[in-house]
Design a protein around this ligand. Structure first.
Ligand code: BDP
Length: 704
């Protein structure tokens, strides 16, 4: 008989009994709680490979969890796992030919006359992915003997970018410190790194950049390479390759050269020798990620050379080792007066066809900077000869840090399913990124990680869903974000609450858009830390650092004219889209003020004026958070107390902050347009001066 909860609570309050399993979120979506019809498994690995052994252990661990600690059943189901390298798997002649390096097959087969489940793949990591796929399906309630899957990832490089500094500060991190303890590595290797690798493998992530794109050259010194090698040793059996961000001026800082000009033979020779050294330390090293000539970072433009010159010089250095260079297109010059949203396209499009074939160009989802909503980046579809990596931000720098509940699966899927019209209708961003549009073999998706030392890894339970959805969308960019939300919720809580939890998640990102930056507004956050509203900021040195640059509100109207009468950013999109975006009546409300400067009394299709619609969106956003709170409250009986409470607490903060965003924004707009509040709209709770006076010097995650 189970001890009544009340007794457990009393005993634990007295310090006499610890709860069996603390639901502090550490176990992520890999909780393996008891199942009603728990299948018992007799797992047999067909070969001795380390990764296949890990797959076997995962299956056994999950099955033990499903049994709730009960002894294994006598008649366990046979489960054979392995690659085609083993005679037992090869003999089955499974349809693996088209499943590539990472794909797998799960099905029932007759092995030696005995009915057996089989997980088979071409490579050990495929077996591991198959094991996690089987576990995922069982935990969603599928009967094990009905499971028959053939799957493979659509994208080759499924990669996390950690913006982690060597002192463990995480730039734009809201989940504690960096999990990479550079100081104590390589001697002390935190077992947590194994759990990190395991979680990544469970969702198909196969690459990790360990250090910040705002990189220090120190990461490339011998002691730090030894540290990175210790991390790589942990990641390797889980199928994860290690990458590092490289500082372009490292030949000067570490090599004592006078220049980092990519056309200088001594510079190229320095990088070749450095690459040799890196691969000696980490034989399966993946390559370098580079942020060059952006926000103060050094780069080839410092010497009048192009981004292609810089990337190709590095590409030559890593080529003998089969390495890759991932070169970021997040570039804007603080000396360029052009619309910031146009600059990357202007700089990179002419370079299409000029990059070496082991270079990938990494493009943020939108042309600005990870805003709650942006149109897709116009480079997607505009560089057919260059493989483009889509870069998403998992950590919520601009969407309420780790406090606000915002499920980003919908946002990324919105971008991935957007049609670029590059080769006619149906040329989606997903097809650009997965290489199918142009036949690229080298493909990638990158996510700026939201992982830190917090017990729950991501700073909140629901932010784990963004890590999860990122991995699953990188595996299959066409995946349905609603299905992923349910998948995550079933494993993270229980199948019984999957639907209602997903119902909370699905509208959550639109809610953030509505209460922060509705109708296509962007970049109105507090300076530096990006916490809270500050649309009034107008005194920063460069025009494009100021929110007023982005909203351009005055007594007559609001919005950024990016049509021909303005910056003409619309012209960077394919014809049919450019035409649609250029007309306020066809652009749609999501990007209305992104592309248009409109009078406050502009008539909206929904009826009423733009001003009324804007206030309505803010109110809708605040109300949506109220709804989420109510939905969560209704789930109280079905969620463990610990996670129920932290989520409830965060939702209360989110509602308060949503109201703050709404009130501060409305107060500011009225100070600009002099208009009365629309009928029925509540007056802001405080004065504009009050909102302006708030300051947050200690907001987390700031760049330094
Ligand atoms: C911005 C962040 C900054 C990053 C930069 C980048 O505010 O901390 O360094 O992006 O992506 O969103 O390089």
């Amino acid at each position: 008989m189970r001890t009544p909860a009340i007794w457990l609570a009393i005993l634990s309050a007295l310090g006499l009994a610890a709860p069996a399993a603390a639901e502090d979120g550490y176990d992520l979506w890999l909780r393996h709680r008891p199942l009603a019809d728990a299948p018992a498994l007799a797992v047999e690995a067909a070969e001795a490979d380390a990764t296949v052994r890990l797959a076997a252990r995962e299956l056994e661990r999950a099955a033990a969890g499903w049994r709730g600690g009960a002894a294994p059943a006598v008649s366990a189901r046979a489960l054979l796992i392995g690659t085609t390298a083993s005679p037992a798997i090869a003999a089955l002649r499974l349809p693996l030919a088209k499943l590539g390096e990472d794909g797998f097959v799960i099905r029932s087969a007759s092995v030696g006359g005995r009915a057996t489940m089989v997980i088979a793949a071409n490579r050990p990591v495929g077996v591991l992915y198959g094991a996690f796929a089987l576990i995922r399906r069982v935990e969603q309630g599928e009967a094990i003997d009905r499971i028959a899957v053939q799957d493979r990832p659509r994208v080759a490089l499924r990669m996390l970018n950690h913006w982690d500094n060597l002192d463990r500060h995480v730039e734009r991190g809201y989940a504690g410190q960096s999990i990479f303890d550079w100081w104590r590595l390589p001697d002390r290797v935190d077992p947590r790194l194994t759990d990190y690798a395991r979680a990544n493998a469970s969702i198909g992530i196969n690459a990790a950049v360990l250090n910040n794109v705002n990189a220090k050259a120190d990461s490339l010194t011998a002691p730090y390479l030894a540290k990175a090698a210790a991390v790589a040793d942990v990641l390797r059996p889980w199928g994860i390759r290690t990458f590092l961000s490289a500082r372009f001026s490292a030949p000067i800082e570490l090599g004592g050269l006078k220049t980092a000009d990519p056309r200088d033979p001594a510079v190229a020779a320095w990088w070749r020798a450095k690459a040799d050294e890196v691969w000696r330390a980490i034989p399966d090293f993946g390559g370098f990620l580079v942020k060059a000539n952006s926000e103060g970072q050094p780069g080839p433009r410092d010497y009048g050379a192009s981004h292609a010159d810089g990337a190709n010089m590095l590409a030559a250095a890593v080529r003998p080792h089969g390495g890759t260079v991932v070169w970021r297109a997040f570039v804007y010059a603080d000396t360029d007066p052009a619309d910031r949203a146009k600059q990357a396209w202007t700089e990179f499009r002419p370079l299409d066809g000029k990059f070496a074939d082991n270079v990938l160009v990494q493009v943020k989802n939108g042309p600005l900077d990870f805003q709650p909503r942006e149109p897709f980046h116009p480079l997607f579809g505009a560089m057919p000869k260059t493989p483009l990596v889509a870069e998403f931000q998992i950590t919520k720098e601009y969407l309420g840090f780790s406090t606000h509940l915002a499920y980003l699966g919908t946002m990324w899927s919105e971008v991935l399913s957007a049609d670029t019209f590059a080769k006619g209708k149906g040329s989606t961003v997903a097809k650009v990124v997965d290489g199918s549009l142009e036949g690229h073999r080298l493909t990638g998706i990158a996510g700026v990680a939201n992982i830190g030392t917090d017990r729950d890894w991501s700073g909140s339970i629901f932010d784990q869903a963004n890590w999860y959805a990122f991995g699953r969308l990188a595996w299959d960019p066409a995946a349905d974000p609603a299905a992923l939300a349910r998948e995550w919720a079933a494993q993270t809580f229980s199948p019984a609450v999957a639907a209602p939890v997903a119902a909370m998640m699905m509208p959550s990102r639109q809610a953030v858009v509505d209460y922060m930056t509705p109708l296509g507004l962007a970049h109105l956050m507090g300076t530096g830390h990006h916490y809270g509203p500050a649309p009034w900021v107008a005194d920063l040195a460069r025009p494009e650092w100021n929110p007023v640059y982005y909203h351009r509100a005055d007594a007559r109207g609001i919005g950024f004219d990016r049509t021909r009468t303005g910056s003409d950013a619309v012209a960077q999109y394919a014809r049919p889209l450019a035409r649609r975006f250029a007309d306020p009546r066809t652009v749609g409300e999501d990007y209305l003020l992104w592309f248009h400067h409109l009078p406050w009394d502009y008539r909206m299709p929904e009826g009423g004026t733009l001003w009324q619609a804007l206030v309505r969106r803010y109110d809708r956003g605040v109300a949506a958070v109220g709804t989420m709170r109510a939905q969560w409250q209704a789930l109280r009986p079905d969620i463990d107390a610990e996670r129920f409470r932290v989520v409830s607490d965060d939702l209360a903060v989110q509602e308060r902050e949503a109201r703050w965003w709404r009130d501060a924004s409305v107060a500011y707009w009225t100070s600009i347009n002099g208009l009365p509040l629309p009928a029925g709209a509540a007056a802001p709770a405080d004065t504009l001066d009050h909102y302006k006076s708030l300051s947050f010097p200690y907001a987390p995650g700031q760049g330094k």
